[in-house]
Structure formats: structure tokens, C-alpha cells
Design a binder for this molecule. Structure first.
Ligand SMILES: O=C(O)CCC(=O)C(=O)O
Length: 298
């Protein structure tokens, strides 16, 4: 899929935006600086281990600030250049206890969504200082808005395959109405992956419909019926190898799933960073909890 892969530079922005429109996705090599991306991956692993110890259970999708922990590395800086020298980690900062963890809507994440702006915001800072905001704006022809609660960091491992993601379209997290599928996801691997650590596989197609849920399942339900997806799109599945610093940007119609196969021995950490067009923010984003913000341009 070389035709969907680009180095993101000022002079390739228009091509990236056109690829996104025509093919639904674009792989941008080296869009973010590698060293702070790797630091974010290490922080996800360390914070997740702390959380597991606190809760006695594995939670592999986490608020964006779980990519942050103390660092004296001058390259590891958050939004507005904030460094992480005086930051400990999200659990210490929040004072979270095991009692915060609930299943269902009263999830512990709510506190972090509401307090998102208080964190150093390493991932938001990396995105804001890159050419990605210009790409979002070129794609939308409008100012992009980010909802903190719609972004996530996670990890995947072969022994957690049951917590991986089957085929889905990101718009279907909250709505099965196609006019709501206006978001863009930037999938940010926080380590090298796709070969011996789980990656992401996509059907690089600019689909414009919401695919059905599995038989007998009542919507709303995130996942699509796998058989329908395979019959419709067949063998065009794309599972790139990623290197920390690369990002995959795709629309909320694009079908994708965790790429996880036997023989993947390493854990992968990643972030899903989501933006929406400011001029037509879906109602479900407006109504959701948490910090909604404009990205400063590089
Ligand atoms: O990171 C993954 O393995 C899948 C995540 C994903 O597809 C999603 O959050 O929409």
C-alpha cells in the first residue's frame, strides 16, 4: 500500500488530505518525534502496572494522561511546552483509590476526562507541535476540535487477545447514524509494532455506510459482523509494520481491527487520538463528559 504512505511535510499536506478523502486512511511515516513517543509507551506500561496493582485486574484501555509519568528528559514535553519534571504519575496526581473503579457509566475514567486539562498532556503536545492539526484542518476545511474523553491509550498483548478489537468503524462507538461518523482517528503506536507486537489492520477504503452488527445482536454495538465485512472487502486487508513516530490517520467509517496473530511476543502500547470538525460537532460529542479543546497549530 505504498500509495497510501507518505512522509508528512508542508509540501505533502495536500496529498495527505486527498489520500484521506479518497482512500479513507493515510499512513504518515515519522510524523512525530520517536524518543518522546517511546517515553509515552513506557509510561503507559508503567502506569498500567500500577493500576493493575491497585485494582487487582487488567484494564487495557486508559485515559490519555496514562501516557505520562515523571521525566527529566528535556524532549519529553507536553502541551504549551510543559515538562514532566514536577509530575509524578496520573494515579498519584489524582489520588485514585480502588473504590473509583466501577463497571458501566460510572467509570473511573470520568474523573480523568473532567480533569484532562490539568495534566501535562504529552500526546496532545506531540500532536499539536506536528503537522497533524494542519492536516485535520485541510481535511475538514474547518477548525478541528478534540474531545479528551474520545481519546485513549491502550496496550495489547497475545495473552490479552480476548481484549482486542474485532472489525469496527470508530463512529459506531457512540452512534450508528452515518452523518455522525465525521470524526478522524489518529492511531499512534507508542513502540515499534505490527511484526512481533500487535499492530492494527485496516481496509483502506472510503466507505460511506455503517456496516451491520452481528446477527442477533441489538445495536448500539461497536463491532460489525465479521462475515459481512470479509465478504464485502475480501483480501484487501492492510496490516502495516509501524515504527514509533509513524501514525495512521483514518475516517470514522474505515473498517479496522487489532492485528494480533500467534508469534507476537511483545506488548504494544498505542494511543487513539480523535478529532471532529468544529463546524459540525456531533451531538454525542457535545453531550459527552470531559474537556473539549482546539488544538494549537504548530
Ligand atoms: O488498538 C487496537 O488494537 C484497536 C483499537 C481500535 O481499533 C479502536 O479503539 O478503535
Amino acid at each position: 500500500m505504498d500509495q497510501l504512505t507518505l512522509d508528512l511535510r508542508d509540501d505533502t499536506l495536500t496529498s495527505a488530505s486527498m489520500l484521506l478523502r479518497d482512500g479513507g486512511c493515510v499512513l504518515l511515516r515519522g510524523a512525530l518525534p520517536r524518543q518522546p513517543v517511546l517515553a509515552a509507551g513506557t509510561a503507559v506500561a508503567d502506569n498500567a502496572a500500577r493500576l493493575k496493582q491497585l485494582l487487582g485486574r487488567e484494564v487495557n484501555d486508559l485515559p490519555l494522561c496514562f501516557a505520562e509519568q515523571h521525566s527529566s528528559d528535556p524532549h519529553v514535553v507536553g502541551l504549551s511546552g510543559r515538562d514532566l519534571r514536577n509530575f509524578t504519575d496520573p494515579l498519584t496526581y489524582s489520588g485514585m483509590t480502588a473504590a473509583w473503579f466501577y463497571e458501566g457509566s460510572r467509570n473511573f475514567k470520568r474523573w480523568f476526562w473532567d480533569h484532562g486539562a490539568e495534566f501535562p498532556n504529552l500526546i496532545v503536545g506531540l500532536v499539536a507541535r506536528s503537522l497533524l492539526p494542519a492536516l485535520y484542518e485541510s481535511f475538514y476545511q474547518s477548525i478541528p476540535l478534540c474531545s479528551y474523553a474520545h481519546c485513549v491509550v491502550r496496550y495489547q498483548r497475545s495473552d490479552l487477545a480476548h481484549k482486542s478489537y474485532a472489525f469496527h468503524q470508530d463512529g459506531s462507538y457512540h452512534s450508528r447514524i452515518s452523518r455522525d461518523h465525521v470524526g478522524l482517528t489518529t492511531w499512534i503506536p507508542l513502540c515499534d509494532c505490527g511484526r512481533d507486537a500487535p499492530g492494527l489492520e485496516v481496509y483502506p477504503r472510503a466507505v460511506d455506510e455503517v456496516l451491520p452488527v452481528p446477527d442477533g445482536v441489538e445495536p448500539p454495538h461497536l463491532f460489525c459482523d465479521t462475515q459481512t465485512v470479509l465478504e464485502r472487502f475480501g483480501d484487501q486487508l492492510w496490516a502495516p509494520e509501524f515504527f514509533a513516530g509513524d501514525v495512521l490517520v483514518f475516517t470514522h467509517f474505515v473498517l479496522h481491527r487489532t492485528h494480533i496473530v500467534p508469534g507476537m511476543t511483545r506488548q504494544r502500547q498505542s494511543a487513539d487520538f480523535r478529532v471532529f470538525p468544529g463546524h459540525s460537532l456531533p451531538d454525542y460529542v457535545k453531550k459527552d463528559a470531559g474537556w473539549i479543546f482546539e488544538l494549537p497549530q504548530a
